[in-house]
Design a protein around this ligand. Structure first.
Ligand code: SD4
Length: 318
């Protein structure tokens, strides 16, 4: 783990050198009717898929799902979907949710054997009277509704798990171990906003653990009149402060996306010991303004619109 940590901290520190843009302030507004995609971490390819779909007239949620499915299918992304790191019992369990411009929401959590929990979350939103299905029930619903059963534990993730078992210490270092959870918020040509979030959660978590990512209001929140926010990092902190809902409410009360994310981070830092943990928020307002803020340095996010696809450095509390 030390090697990976070293490599990734070098990656973050060296990011400016390879073309990432350190951003001190993100107060740009998108041109009216210009599709826009904002995603946690470095997801340039993913955002491009979503932007292409938006340019073809796809609605924001379906465009987001197209992008996120790409991440979920990637075995090299060990924080999301197929290839995600397992829990401490060796099972890959996935969390995802979606929310659209009408305020409709769906969520699949603690689900096994389903490669695309983001699509499952949408199916739960559309086909059931509920918001969340979990565990065996979510899996059963998926299999009954045309989803295939897939073994999600790749040789790479199995090897990482076996290495971890040698010491079996649970100490997530979030910029390092879980740096690819995909939270995506987007505005389509009709200026409707939607969001989606997908993760395999904290590596080596206790079996049964559910994070913030599939919880509406915590890992993701959309209010089409105001904007949207999504979170990454130690989900327990985001859950205890209902972070994404808070960010949207702060924007409703006049804060810019960056200010709203900063205040949501401040709420965490004031109450909890945050020396060793990371939480990052990204937000998008109805006027097309976007921003981010994190507890620790090292949080990056991707902003994509026509003529621009950039990974930006978030400001942080520390
Ligand atoms: C979780 N919030 O399960 C997720 C992990 C994450 O970047 O976002 N990592 O707590």
């Amino acid at each position: 783990m030390r090697n990976r940590r070293h490599f990734l901290s070098q990656f973050v520190l060296g990011s400016v050198g390879i073309g990432l843009t350190p951003l001190t302030c993100s107060k740009e507004k998108s041109v009216s009717n210009e599709p826009l995609v904002v995603t946690t971490w470095n997801h340039k390819e993913t955002n491009k898929i979503t932007l292409d779909a938006l340019n073809k007239g796809e609605n924001a949620l379906d465009a987001i799902i197209l992008g996120i499915r790409k991440v979920e299918a990637d075995p090299n992304d060990m924080s999301v979907g197929y290839g995600g790191r397992p829990d401490r019992d060796g099972h890959v369990t996935l969390d995802a949710c979606v929310m659209n411009h009408k305020g409709e929401a769906g969520s699949a959590c603690f689900v096994r054997d389903i490669k695309h929990p983001i699509s499952l979350a949408k199916a739960i939103m559309e086909k059931t009277p509920h918001v969340i299905l979990s565990g065996k029930g979510a899996r059963k619903f998926a299999l009954e509704n045309g989803f295939n059963e897939t073994d999600l534990l790749t040789p790479q993730a199995k090897k990482a798990y076996e290495d971890w078992l040698k010491e079996g210490k649970y100490k997530p270092i979030i910029n390092i171990e879980n740096h690819d959870t995909v939270g995506m918020i987007s505005m389509d040509k009709n200026q409707n906003i939607s969001g989606g979030c997908s993760t395999s959660g904290m590596a080596y978590k206790i079996h049964g653990r559910v994070g913030d990512s599939p919880i509406i209001g915590a890992g993701l929140f959309v209010d089409n009149d105001v904007g949207a926010a999504t979170a990454t990092g130690v989900g327990e902190m985001v859950l205890k402060t209902l972070g994404s809902f808070l960010v949207v409410e702060l924007m409703r009360n006049g804060k810019t996306p960056t200010e709203a994310c900063e205040e949501a981070v401040n709420r965490i830092v004031k109450k909890y010991d945050c020396k060793d943990i990371q939480v990052g928020y990204v937000a998008l307002s109805k006027s097309g303004e976007y921003g981010a803020y994190a507890v620790q340095p090292g949080f990056i996010y991707t902003v994509t619109k026509n003529g621009r696809n950039e990974v930006l450095q978030s400001k942080s509390y520390y």
